[in-house]
Structures are given as C-alpha cells and as structure tokens.
Design a protein around this ligand. Structure first.
Ligand code: DHB
Ligand code: FE
Length: 290
C-alpha cells in the first residue's frame, strides 16, 4: 500500500524561482534564504518519494477567475509549466500520476469532499517553486511524479481552515488506501504572511508566522479553529494561503518529527517559511480530528 513518508510546508514566492532560474541564489539578498532551506534539501534528496502530492493554488494564471473550484485535483499524464507573462520557467514539465489522482478523487468524493477535476492544467509558481525548493537541479526531468491538489485561496469565500484540515485527513486516508507500494510526500504551499495589494500591501506579521510555524506541528487544531477573517487580518490577504499547510498536516500522522525549519524576511514582499516533517509510526494514524 502507498504510504506518506514526509510532509513539506513551504512558501511558493515566484521570485524564489526566478532567483534560481537567473543564478542569483548566492547574491547577498538571496543567500540567507537559500542557506536556510539547504538542510531540508539535503534530507529530502536522501528520502526521495515516488510521488509528490502538491497542495497549491493557481494565481489566475491557468484557471480563469470566472470559475474557481474550491478543491480540485489534476488527472493529467503531464502538466506544462504556465506562462505567467514572462515566458515559461526553464524547468521540466511535470509528470502526473493519473491512477493515483483518480483514486484520490474517488475516495475523497466518497468522504463527501466534492472535488473538481482538471484533465488538463498548466501549473504556475504555486506548484513549480515548491518543486524547485525540493529539487534545485532537476535536469531534464523532476525526480518524482506529481498529483496537483488545488485549493481556492484567492477568491472569497475561501474554504475554512477546519475544512482544509479535514480534507488533509481524508487525503491521508485516501493515499494509504492506494494499493501500489508507493512512497508519497505531501507538500503544503503558500504563505507566510503577505499582502500584495491594497492599503496594507507589504504586511508582515512575524509573531503570527512564528506561532504558525510551531503550531503546525504541535497544535494544528488551534490553527484549524481560526476563521478566514483571522487569517486575512493576521497574515494578510494572500497570507491566507497558509490554510494549505493544514491540508498537508492533516495527511500526516499525529506523530511527526520536525527535520528542519527556516523563516526569512523578506522574499519580495513576503515572509518566507519552510518546515519539513517526517511522518512517524502508526500511532494516531489519520487521527487528530477524523
Ligand atoms: C508573490 C506571489 C505569491 O503567490 C506569493 O504567494 C507570495 C509572493 C509575489 O508576487 O511577490
Ligand atoms: Fe501565492
């Protein structure tokens, strides 16, 4: 049976991808951020999954704002890298895992999560930047297949944090009920605090981010209890992306081990964070708030 071996929570700021694509990672501005994520990269390279289930949001690049599904999963054989206005990032196309995607959709529907399906999808920085954080030099091909899981965090009303956490629990159960012996990693992307427009543009809330980085491991129920207005007030209009970390957390067991984390301000106008967790043991499997 498939198993979830680790979970990665990471920001997906587009300029992190651009820094890599333009070989600026050793520049004074970027070096502290890339030094911070280096231990996670080393550990992940030693613990390669067969498939990455990447929970992310499209930013009106591939998904038109006329129709934004609350939750969706891609079922394609492969996903092109989206052109976000500056040409496609120079990274490989993303190979899908259609049989696992279809299994996850079926299982989640049976658990009353009404999942939309993308048979075709270009993937934007929300997905490709986390892949680059996982694997900085993919060469011609990424080292794993990918199942994209999309969450609407950009158009009101977004799903609640509690619903995202519950989706994570169901996602974990669905992965574990897939018969092939696959090793699966789950990525929760976005955040940390940031607001790109409006009167509070540039908002950073370090105290909230630090609390979140700790509680995502030790007290996810507390984070799941926050309202969407709490997220937007504390973390900014785009900081609500953090609810996608709860999908990842829900897919892991109660017992996890923090391998490493890092927090850096600023990456563009954003507080960038990363936390990497190994999934431990059977105890409490799929538990916390089933
Ligand atoms: C930016 C975009 C994002 O999607 C994000 O999560 C953080 C920052 C940006 O354009 O700077
Ligand atoms: Fe984003």
């Amino acid at each position: 049976m498939a198993e979830v071996i680790w979970g990665l929570a990471t920001s997906h700021v587009p300029s992190i991808g651009a820094a890599m694509d333009n070989e600026k990672t050793a520049d004074e501005y970027w070096k502290p951020l890339f030094d911070g994520i280096a231990p996670a990269r080393t550990w992940m390279a030693e613990h390669r999954p067969d498939v990455a289930v990447i929970v992310y949001n499209d930013h009106a690049n591939a998904v038109d704002l006329d129709l934004v599904p609350t939750f969706a999963i891609g079922t394609a054989e492969s996903y092109d890298v989206a052109d976000e206005g500056w040409g496609r990032r120079p990274v490989p196309p993303v190979v899908g895992a259609p049989e696992l995607s279809e299994h996850l959709i079926r299982e989640l529907m049976d658990e009353s999560f009404d999942i939309a399906t993308f048979h075709q999808l270009d993937v934007d920085h929300g997905l490709t930047v986390p892949l680059s954080i996982y694997c900085p030099e993919p060469g011609d091909a990424w080292p794993c297949a990918v199942v994209p899981v999309l969450v609407n965090v950009i158009q009101y009303p977004q799903p609640t944090a509690a619903r995202c956490y519950a989706l994570g629990h169901a996602l974990g159960r669905a992965i574990r009920s897939f018969p092939p012996d696959l090793k699966v990693a789950v990525f929760g992307t976005g955040g940390m605090s940031h607001q790109l427009a409006g009167a509070r543009a540039g908002l950073i809330n370090t105290e909230f981010d630090r609390m979140f980085l700790e509680a995502i491991e030790s007290d996810p129920d507390k984070l799941a209890a926050l309202t969407r207005e709490d997220y937007i007030r504390e973390a900014g209009t785009e900081g609500i992306e953090l609810i996608m970390w709860l999908v990842m957390r829900g897919a892991l067991n109660k017992n996890i081990a923090r391998i490493t984390d890092t927090y850096h301000v600023p990456a563009s106008n954003t507080a960038a964070g990363l936390a990497l967790f190994e999934n431990l043991g059977d105890e409490g499997k799929g538990s916390v708030a089933a």
